[in-house]
Design a protein around this ligand. Structure first.
Ligand SMILES: [Zn+2]
Length: 327
């Protein structure tokens, strides 16, 4: 029986996840490959080849391709999907959507990875629809996506949702953006690694390093040590949770969402160890109006959330779910 399928690609700084799925949110097949260190053009070539391969697979199974969507690291303009000065990819002003659709000879939807993740969460992560949903990713960096009134909010030029660069401690750690105390600088995978390094330098954190296999120690080792009851690891996670709580309380006051969903490798890896201090902080510090019935939870879509977002964007009509008209 022939089906309609959707092709999704999640371009990350270190890997490219791509796959094929159906409108009801099932991923049928997926594959992961390393992002080549090359110029933008060679990476776009690779993604185009990848998509053409998925089209062949679909055709061999007599499926028709309903659409193609690609999630890319930000900042990305909207609606043109030009990748502007991406710190993760090291690209500047790459007309990604135009370049890719020209290579494929067909239209593609391209949006910021965290925006599409928010859409994925909105459509497939929850049992019911929450009209006001915020998505926050805590991985190497911190980013976000905003659903307001059932629409994906991009801001004027596409720059909305840069939650990671909200300053929460003006005298805090230096951020990659040049400022101090951004949420990303104090509560991300990169921040965790730096905090553990500082601990080790001070002659502490032995139980955390003992959980590592070599020199690189980060959030996974922190989680292992904390689960064994190591007080230093538990303290670091609590501080991480509090910092995320400060950021989320700010967001909750700005957007008054029904639900905040948190994803990303650090969040998924630490799970309830990290979720509890976040909920505790927001539960205590947010205004009663804002915290009443507020749901804060970890995504159930795991690391495939970007792919789910691509599927959601095509399945539910990208134009209709965005804040602007034609794209
Ligand atoms: Zn910053």
């Amino acid at each position: 029986m022939s089906r309609e399928v959707i092709i999704g690609v999640d371009l990350g700084a270190s890997k490219i996840l791509s796959g094929i799925g159906t409108s009801d949110g099932q991923i049928l097949q997926k594959t992961k490959q390393l992002t080549p260190h090359g110029n933008a053009s060679s990476v776009i070539d690779l993604i185009a080849d990848n998509i053409l391969e998925w089209i062949k697979i679909a055709e061999a199974q007599h499926d028709s391709v309903k659409g193609i969507a690609v999630a890319v690291p930000g900042p990305v303009t909207y609606p043109g999907a030009v990748i502007e000065d991406s710190p993760n990819l090291g690209w500047q002003r790459v007309e990604f959507k135009e370049e890719l659709s020209r290579r494929l000879g067909r239209p593609v939807v391209v949006d910021k990875d965290t925006n599409l993740a928010a859409l994925g969460e909105y459509h497939f992560g929850q049992d019911r629809k929450y009209t006001h949903l915020l998505y926050l990713t805590v991985s190497t960096g911190v980013g976000g996506g905003i659903i307001i009134n059932d629409r994906l909010y991009h801001g004027w030029r596409g720059g909305g949702g840069e939650f990671g660069h909200m300053v929460i401690d003006a005298s805090g750690a230096e951020c990659s953006c040049g400022r101090r105390g951004c949420l990303e600088a104090v509560a991300s995978g990169t921040a965790v690694t730096k905090q553990i390094e500082a601990l080790i330098k001070a002659g502490r954190g032995q139980n955390i390093t003992a959980c590592g296999c070599g020199s690189a120690v980060g959030a996974p080792e922190l989680g292992k040590a904390a689960r064994k009851g190591d007080p230093e690891a538990l303290k670091l996670i609590k501080e991480l949770g509090q910092n995320l709580g400060i950021g989320i309380a700010n967001l909750v006051h700005l957007f008054n969402p029904q639900i905040v969903v948190i994803g990303g490798g650090v969040m998924i890896g630490l799970g309830d160890l990290l979720l509890e201090p976040i909920k505790e902080y927001v539960g205590e510090k947010a205004f009663p109006l804002h915290r009443r019935d507020l749901i804060i939870e970890t995504t159930t879509l795991g690391n495939d959330i970007g792919l789910y977002g691509c599927i959601a964007a095509i399945a539910h009509g990208y134009k209709e779910i965005c804040d602007l008209g034609d794209v």
